[in-house]
Design a protein around this ligand. Structure first.
Ligand code: ADP
Ligand code: MG
Ligand code: ZN
Length: 476
């Protein structure tokens, strides 16, 4: 029997507000343990939470961006459970009345566009962190993270493969980063993903029993874990067994998922409206304001790049995958207004360099203006395309403008015909055997002669002139 995988993702995105969701403590990452805490986030008795308006504003941005219906009135609820990183004994979250529902995100997988439904977005507070001592049976509680704002974004079970799940994650992360509300760092935990997976016989409408996967802390692991889980469930079903509804932990070391606990149900949490917080009312004016301030989003930008700059969709998508990269591209065009070569240099050479150095476009050693300046020198025949790569490498080290490097290193292209002719003659004279072979039909030797001349001139001879002269001397 053939099975179809069904996948739904729950994303927790940490919002980049300066202060926590219900108190004024800092959200700064990496401070000494328990230094960003106060009676509210420590869960002392008798204190009252006050909602941070910025958190609502950020949640509205993503809700509006992905076309959600926004609740006029939403509520905070208490989700009750015990854990040492949760001093109050409950997490303030939203349950029955979340801030937003019914949105969608478009993904591209293997050239096909697909809409993935968004079930809901809700706001909640993060819990603290346990640091386990590797040498002793001891755990330390750090409550700096307690009360840091999160939004949970729940997708419909619309995804059908690990690749689709990966594409969805990347698109959502990109949108959150465009909106400047989450830095999307999976490794540091500011963008976390739980994956729900089930199988059903192909063609059947009804969903199968799902397992929920946790501990997926990189894009690669999300896809790998889902892949493993699909195979595991398939083996269970093929043996006539049943998939158990449970939470499973992905282990990157073994490449397997292992049962962690039976899946809890909502009623286990004894949700009830938080009596300390008023219902949250959002009027049209607020929504309107958020709409007006929305930046151009990745899909729109891609479309515009294809239209305006005549770029292939795949290149446009690459450039718009991060807002800063798209901005770098357009900044470059201000100095050198030719989209295709600029795109090629960015996606090829520059991203290759950044990748190798583990850098992002924000800390590119070559500024957009300087890259544009380099391409201009090539276009104006001041340097050859080959020398341009050398100059680029130098720019990456020193950060100097191309023109300065070319002048300092004497890399200006030789276009003086008589100077090049001298070298051509010298090379031909010193390679009589090759000249003979060329004249006897071994035309491939053209490359050899060009190479020798370039070596002599340290790459500076204008290749067009070199070719012309060689042809004249050898053939005519
Ligand atoms: P919780 O996991 O907190 O109980 P939900 O019931 O809302 O929350 O479901 C969470 C996620 O699981 C959603 O993304 C949803 O699309 C997905 N999901 C629900 N049922 C299935 C299923 N049978 N197979 C795969 N995914 C599912
Ligand atoms: Mg869940
Ligand atoms: Zn606090």
């Amino acid at each position: 029997m053939e099975f179809e995988p069904v996948i739904g993702l729950e994303i927790h995105a940490q919002l980049k507000t300066k202060s926590k969701i219900f108190c004024s403590c800092s959200t700064e990452f990496g401070a000494p343990p328990n230094t960003h805490v106060c009676p509210v986030c420590l869960g002392m008795p008798g204190v009252l939470p006050v909602l941070n308006k910025k958190v609502v504003d950020f949640a509205l941005r993503i809700a509006v961006a992905i076309g959600c219906r926004i609740a006029e009135t939403s509520r905070f609820a208490r989700k009750n459970y015990f854990y040492p990183d949760l001093p109050k004994g409950y997490q303030i979250s939203q349950y029955e009345l979340p801030i937003a529902e019914f949105g969608q995100i478009e993904i591209d997988v293997e050239g096909t566009r697909k809409k993935i439904g968004i079930t809901r977005i809700h706001m909640e507070e993060d819990a603290g962190k346990l640091n386990h001592d590797p040498n002793r049976p001891l755990s330390h509680v750090d409550l700096n993270r307690t009360g840091v704002p999160l939004i949970e974004i729940v997708s419909e079970p619309d995804l059908r493969s690990p690749e689709e799940a990966g594409a969805y994650l990347r698109k959502l992360r990109s949108i959150l980063r465009y909106l400047e509300i989450c830095d999307g760092n999976m490794e540091e935990g500011s963008f976390r993903c739980d994956a729900n997976i089930s199988l059903r016989p192909k063609g059947r409408e009804e969903l199968g029993t799902r397992a929920e996967l946790k501990n997926l802390n990189s894009f690669k692991h999300v896809e790998k874990a889902i892949q493993y889980e699909i195979r595991r469930q398939q083996a269970v079903l093929e043996e006539g067994g049943e998939v158990i509804q449970e939470t499973r932990l992905w282990s990157p070391d073994s490449g397997k998922t292992n049962s962690m606990r039976g899946k809890e149900e909502a009623h286990d949490y004894r949700y009830f409206p938080d009596p300390d917080l008023l219902p949250l009312v959002i009027d049209d004016e607020w929504i309107q304001k958020v709409k007006e301030e929305l930046p151009e989003l990745p899909d729109d930008k891609t479309e515009r790049f294809v239209e305006q700059y005549k770029l292939p969709v795949s290149d446009a998508e690459r450039l718009t995958s991060a807002r800063e990269l798209a901005e770098y591209f357009e900044e470059c065009l201000k100095t050198f207004p030719e989209p295709r070569p600029v795109c090629n240099w960015i996606t090829g050479t520059l991203l290759g360099l950044l990748n190798a150095q583990g850098k992002t476009i924000e800390d590119s050693p070559v500024s957009a203006e300087n890259l544009g300046g380099l391409l201009k020198l090539v276009q104006e025949d001041v340097i050859s395309g080959k020398i341009a790569k050398t100059v680029f490498d130098e720019m990456a080290v020193s950060g100097k403008p191309a023109k300065q490097i070319v002048e300092e290193k004497g890399l200006i292209q030789v276009t003086d015909v008589s100077a090049i002719e001298e070298v051509v003659l010298k090379v031909l004279e010193s390679s009589p055997k090759e000249v003979e072979a060329f004249k006897n039909g071994k035309k491939k030797l053209m490359g050899f002669f060009v190479g020798q001349i370039m070596k002599e001139t340290r790459g500076k001879a204008n290749p067009k002139i070199v070719n012309e002269l060689l042809r004249k001397k050898l053939e005519g």
